[in-house]
Design a protein around this ligand. Structure first.
Ligand SMILES: [Zn+2]
Length: 335
């Protein structure tokens, strides 16, 4: 069941002053797909969160840093990450959309989406996270807004699955010591932000709650579907979460431009199909072209139809990775 879609034109008030891959065109692509799928009537205007809510996710100093940068008319927070006069209101609205998607998924079941900009998963508690050189286009952590909301509703353990091509270092860092937030992250290894090694399993109160799958360069559907079946789904089934938060990035799609990954509709459709017995709070992260055009609708259709198609074989490096991760996780998970 496809539920609510939280989207606002105001997200596009966050806009770069010169060419940047993270720009308003991204949501135009996403919106055209929503229309093609006949889902336009599901769109709801989100409400922004209060500034006090942001403090549940980020330190006051970082919130002030963003606010003051916008007020002073600064155009860049770092070499990757721009701000514009509309950034502050767009960022609060994105947090609100993620919060609403989480509440809707919890109360109604099905797939509820926050189709937002700016993206969020690289934003840590104090901004740059886990040694990352920049904020990686992100301002506030939208997935964390969904997680905090679900925890306040008393759902017990929350599972976050981040399949954006880059490691969700911000989300991992914010919940590093929280054993009730199971963060599973598939990403291309050895690219920005540099974190996401298999050895990163959570802080001392939360060992085993952070699961990293640093995929080999040029990984394709066979590689992703293999680790999905061997590691992601068994963990999800062990936890049986009331809601899953998806940090949904489509930049791993072949030709999307920022990585070497070669995913196609098959993986995204498979991911959607195999999660379709769970309510999902879907939070848009990256994806800059063909990934949004093809990967995004494939995930939605996969979830709606629930038909997981036959898989390709994984490569040897991926088999080795899966073996290593199972070994590392063996004290906490029966994989
Ligand atoms: Zn990304």
């Amino acid at each position: 069941m496809i539920g609510s879609i939280f989207y606002s034109k105001k997200f596009n008030l966050h806009r770069p002053s010169e060419y940047h891959p993270e720009n308003p065109k991204r949501l135009e692509i996403v919106l055209s797909k929503v229309r093609e799928l006949g889902l336009e009537e599901r769109i709801e205007e989100p409400n922004p969160v209060e500034e006090t809510f942001v403090e549940k996710i980020h330190d006051r100093d970082y919130i002030n840093f963003v606010k003051e940068a916008v007020e002073k008319g600064i155009t860049r927070l770092d070499p990757d990450t721009y701000v514009s006069p509309g950034t502050w209101s767009a960022a609060l609205l994105a947090l609100g959309a993620a919060r609403s998607a989480a509440l809707s998924a919890l109360h109604y079941g099905g797939l509820h989406m926050a189709l937002v900009r700016p993206p969020g998963h690289h934003a840590g508690r104090r901004g740059r996270a886990m040694g990352a050189p920049t904020l990686g286009f992100c301002i506030f952590n939208n997935a964390a807004s969904a997680v905090v909301t679900l925890k306040e509703e008393g759902v017990g353990k929350v599972v976050v699955i981040d399949f954006d091509a880059h490691h969700g270092n911000g989300t991992q860092e914010i919940f590093w010591n929280d054993p009730d937030v199971i963060h599973i992250d598939l990403h291309e290894r050895d690219i920005y932000p540099g974190s996401g090694d298999v050895s990163e399993v959570g802080g001392s109160n939360a060992y085993g709650s952070k699961i990293n799958l640093p995929m080999p360069h040029y990984s394709g559907d066979g590689d992703y579907i293999y680790v999905w079946d061997e590691i992601v789904l068994p963990i999800v089934e062990e936890v049986k979460p009331k809601v899953i938060v998806i940090s949904a990035g489509f930049d791993g799609f072949k030709g999307d431009g920022l990585t070497t990954l070669r995913l196609t509709e098959s993986f995204y459709s498979y991911a959607g199909a195999t999660l379709n017995k769970y309510p999902l709070a879907f939070i848009l992260e990256g994806g800059y072209g063909v990934g949004l055009d093809k990967g995004f609708p494939a995930f939605i259709m996969g979830y709606e139809e629930g038909k997981a198609k036959a898989r390709e074989e994984p490569r040897y490096e991926t088999l080795k990775l899966a073996e290593e991760v199972k070994d590392i996780l063996s004290p906490w998970w029966s994989l």
